[in-house]
Design a protein around this ligand. Sequence first.
Ligand code: PNW
Length: 476
Amino acid sequence: MSLPSDFLWGFATASYQIEGAVDADGRGPSIWDTFCATKGKIAGEVDGKTACDSYNRTADDIALLRELGAPSYRFSLSWSRIIPKGGRGDPINQAGIDHYVKFVDDLLAVGIVPLITLYHWDLPDELDKRYGGLLNKEEFPLDFENYARVVFKAIPKCKYWITFNEPWCSSILGYSTGYFAPGHTSDRTKSPVGDSSREPWIVGHNFLLAHGRAVKVYRDEFKEKDKGQIGITLNGDYTYPWDPEDPRDVEAANRKIEFAISWFADPIYFGKYPDSMRKQLGDRLPEFTPEELELVRGSNDFYGMNHYTADYVKHGDGNPAPEDFLGDLTTHSYNKNGECIGKETQSFWLRPNPQGFRGLINWLSKRYGYPTIYVTENGTSIKGENDLSPPAILNDTFRVDYYENYVNALAQAVSEDGCNVKGYMAWSLMDNFEWAEGYETRFGSTFVDYDNNQKRTPKKSGEKMKALFDGLIKKA
Ligand code: PNW
């Protein structure tokens, strides 16, 4: 079992989760600043005002990456640091650009390869207020295209670009359940605005158009000269039928992956939405115009894969509610025989199931013709971890096992199944702002002491990562 010699591994983070310094150097607010300020949305009523203070500690973070021996680092840019109001007619903030240019230079100076995500959920708040943000098909893709061009021009040294992180989360959690910013939902006890039956599908469509536009800009104006690659990062669980003997459960298990992943990947690789989605959603799922398809089809140089967990799936009754986004099915932690998918973690949606990683890499490879895959996130929280303090919290053996099992499953998918995975970014470099779960849920390979000036101390899982990959990657 092995990984190719050019395999890239490292750690991942996202701007709003680590940077803090929300008012520094002209940054404008994002929808997450606004969402955090709304009572009842975030566990512990916390926010990203300070987070890990990474905006002020780029040198510490680079030193940490070096200490862990990471050859690469995936991070995201804060759009509203670069264009505080976000729009294509709005002023550019040179201080924001300078910050990221220096960060990339500093990473490269010590031999760390940067992978940059343009958008990890922190839309400039002004765009949401001005025209409804992600819901606006006329404005949002053009503003994203403009932002992307500004960034490509400023940072030619970056060779790996990710347009969007997990559009499923932004669309479903942001516009159906209301669990994430901007918190739209049909549930009027949670939000005065939203239509869960329609808005998530509109937002998803707009993400695809904006992705297509940014990719076209990169390919037309930068790729030849800068020699980089660009793709989108999609999240999705692996699935197993609750009753493998019941063909309806088998079908539903497959359908769940289509509703999570193929929603975005089918248009990109095949130029159409999955039949299962069209059948259930009808005209609530937008249609592509020929010009839109032209933009979207073929718009991935690589597939960015975020993956954490798996579910057992039971078919629904054939009569899904208008708010249903799973695909007329239910998910379960136990199957018909009472077998458990994996142990509990601190995250209600996450139970480790490493075979599912191998399963999903194979599923994607078969469906999309063995594309180049970069795993852009994989990791776990630990039940009760936040109740511990050093030194106990540093001994994160549950996470050590998770990484070892998942990375081995990946290596099997590559060396035994012939899948084309070229990189792996562990989520996360350090404990950080875990969205609606605040700081109570930790995903870090490094402990961040929020009570002691955000001091960083590597956990065992961080220290063991290099040896794990050194044991698998072939010597050049
Ligand atoms: C991903 N779910 O989010 C994100 O890309 C990260 O920013 C985040 O910190 C990490 O995973 C850990 O949560 C997800 O509810 C959040 O299924 C929620 C879900 C999936 C992914």
